[in-house]
Design a protein around this ligand. Structure first.
Ligand SMILES: CC(C)(COP(=O)(O)OP(=O)(O)OC[C@H]1O[C@@H](n2cnc3c(N)ncnc32)[C@H](O)[C@@H]1OP(=O)(O)O)[C@@H](O)C(=O)NCCC(=O)NCCS
Length: 171
């Protein structure tokens, strides 16, 4: 398994795999901003927006390559305000259901942190649905809980769930 940083060109070449990954994550019930079933073209439209964002140097897109397929992905979004030039948001961590619990999510997060630190971003922030496996993963990686917002995001059942805001200072 290798972690790779994608450019616009390499991300475009991987578009099909990225779409599969998002569809798989949404179908698994993940809380990543989408509800199942995805509309036709919804996943592609999302990834094309990410690829557009890669034109700036404010977005980082990483994938975990497992043989011929892509097993996982994560993004960094660098804050652009002058008072926030030390800060980045970690977004859309997802690992294909067939590849979970093999350390891929952790490896993606560690490489994202390494790149952020290299780029002078020393504060990482993110949010996740309370009680999800991701919350445990982030805590294990040293993220601190800033707080919880009840009723923040809806799941496929219509139920509203709490979201946890976490942060990590990179030393
Ligand atoms: C969250 C997610 C990315 C984890 O990916 P992963 O590759 O399975 O995670 P790892 O194998 O690196 O797990 C690292 C640690 O995280 C914790 N963890 C991961 N999955 C867990 C689970 N299902 N239950 C409990 N702890 C879990 C464990 O501490 C684990 O270490 P261990 O396996 O030694 O116990 C994956 O479950 C996923 O894609 N979920 C759907 C998308 C999502 O919710 N993304 C988060 C958006 S904020």
């Amino acid at each position: 398994m290798q972690i790779e940083r994608l450019t616009q060109a390499t991300a475009t070449a991987c578009l099909g795999d990225l779409i599969d990954l998002l569809e798989d994550a949404v179908a698994s019930g993940a809380s990543i901003g989408f509800l199942p079933p995805l509309a036709p073209g919804e996943a592609e439209e999302y990834w094309r927006g990410v690829i557009d964002a890669l034109a700036s140097n404010h977005r980082v897109l990483l994938i975990a390559r497992d043989g011929a397929s892509i097993a996982g992905t994560v993004q960094l979004d660098y804050a652009v305000r002058r008072n926030a030039s030390h800060r980045a948001e970690v977004m859309k961590l997802m690992v294909h259901q067939s590849a979970r619990r093999r350390g891929i999510g952790q490896a993606l997060m560690e490489e994202a942190a390494r790149i952020a630190r290299h780029d002078g971003r020393t504060l990482l922030v993110l949010d996740t649905r309370a009680g999800d496996p991701s919350e445990r993963l982030y805590q294990r990686l040293g993220y601190q809980t800033a707080g919880t917002i009840p009723g923040y995001a809806r799941s496929a059942s219509g139920e509203l769930h709490s979201t946890v805001i976490l942060y990590r200072h990179l030393l």
